[in-house]
Write a protein that binds this ligand. Structure first.
Ligand code: NAD
Ligand code: DAU
Length: 332
């Protein structure tokens, strides 16, 4: 059995990764470390607690990380502060977890000679023009816009520097916008679904023309497994499933799928520094590692996601008022 340490495994993508791995890769013995910040939810792992080891802890805790890295073979590093809007309210937790946390993991990887896969985002490349046909590739220069994306860019550069300077065994992946079950309701798609379920009006920032490249979380995670299986040390892979849509289309589709008037949303204050468009060219991953996405119909994926939030009200209901109160303060 290969011992796999998953950081941030109680968050959205990390928890889905744990479930995906248990179902599809029985060769791994899983340990999760998660601080359980506001974004981490132990209930995401409730059904598999007897199959994994769970440790509540901070990736900035050097002693703990040293011990856990020494005890495992591969570290898949998801843990991060992940929400742009929060990084505009208070950047400090982002600097701490995304930069210091990653550096802490890298030092332990170097000490024990273990393998790292670092999870990152397409936002490290900044944004593309709305009327541009270009997509991000592995050679696009880093040009991050927000405190969140700049700390993710910084964490990538730390990994690259440890590869070059210390020859650690590490791969990186930069993925586009994920959707699916267990996503925190502060994020765009779950916020709009739970607004409608709560009798609130969906909220579109600014014009709603901004474009995101949506991918189902299981496709992100299957790509990570392709990289664990076949990726080359020192390489970075872009992950995307050709899911480009503007925000207006997403809100209208959610409203329609939930049986509402597709125009029943409101425009609210725009996000400062709002990135216009993200788009991924995932040719390298597809050609070199043979990966393909399974969820290519966004409408069907949205329908399944709506069903999940509808059937799991207990999972999000208690958080809703607090999240909306924080947005309301910003006119969002
Ligand atoms: P999330 O906010 O849902 O989960 C993050 C998890 O990390 C939480 O469980 C939280 O408790 C934990 N965490 C945060 N700081 C920690 C610390 N100091 N020590 C230990 N645990 C800590 O985030 P997500 O959307 O699941 O994103 C996971 C990773 O994927 C992040 O690195 C993010 O940058 C990256 N990513 C996300 C997306 C997306 O669309 N959500 C796309 C590309 C890449
Ligand atoms: O591209 C990958 C990134 O995708 C990840 O690195 C981040 O962790 C993840 O949060 C996501 O970042 P975004 O900022 O793109 O996602 P968010 O869900 O916050 O917003 C998606 C789009 O929807 C964005 O253009 C802002 C807009 N939006 C968001 C909210 C919360 C709205 O119009 N209304 C809203 O209420």
């Amino acid at each position: 059995m290969t011992k796999l340490l998953i950081t941030g495994g109680a968050g959205f993508i990390g928890a889905n990764f744990v479930h995906y791995t248990l179902k599809n890769h029985p060769e791994y013995q899983i340990t999760v470390i998660d601080k359980l910040t506001y974004a981490g939810n132990i209930d995401n792992l409730k059904s598999v607690m007897n199959k994994i080891k769970f440790i509540q802890g901070d990736i900035c805790d050097r002693e703990l990380i040293d011990k856990l890295v020494s005890q495992n073979d591969i570290i898949v590093h998801f843990a991060a502060e992940s929400h742009n809007d929060n990084s505009l309210r208070d950047p400090w937790p982002f600097i701490q977890s995304n930069l210091i946390g990653t550096a802490t993991i890298l030092e332990a990887i170097r000490k024990y000679g273990k393998r790292l896969h670092h999870i990152s985002t397409d936002e490290v490349y900044g944004d593309l023009e709305l009327d541009d046909l270009a997509k991000f590739t592995e050679t696009t220069p880093y040009n991050a816009s927000s405190p969140y994306s700049s700390t993710k860019a910084g964490s990538d550069l730390l990994v690259k520097a440890w590869v070059r300077s210390f020859s650690i065994n590490a791969t990186l992946s930069n993925c586009s916008n994920n959707y699916g079950p267990y996503q925190h309701i502060e994020k765009f798609i779950p916020r709009q679904i739970t607004n409608i379920l709560s009798g609130l009006t969906p909220k579109l920032y600014g014009t709603g023309e901004q474009v995101r490249d949506w991918i189902h979380v299981d496709d992100h995670n299957s790509a990570v497994h392709s990289i664990l299986d076949k990726g080359k040390s020192g390489e970075l892979y872009l992950i995307g499933a050709n899911g480009e849509q503007n925000n207006k289309y997403i809100v209208e589709t959610i409203l329609e799928l939930m049986g509402r008037d597709k125009n029943a949303y409101e425009h609210v204050n725009d996000r400062p520094g709002h990135d216009q468009r993200y788009a991924i060219d995932s040719t390298k991953l597809r050609i070199q590692l043979g990966w393909e996405p399974n969820f290519t119909n966004l409408r069907e994926g949205l329908k399944a996601t709506i069903d999940w939030y509808t059937n799991n009200e207990d999972w999000w209901k208690n958080e809703k008022a607090k999240i909306e109160a924080a947005y309301a303060k910003q006119g969002q």
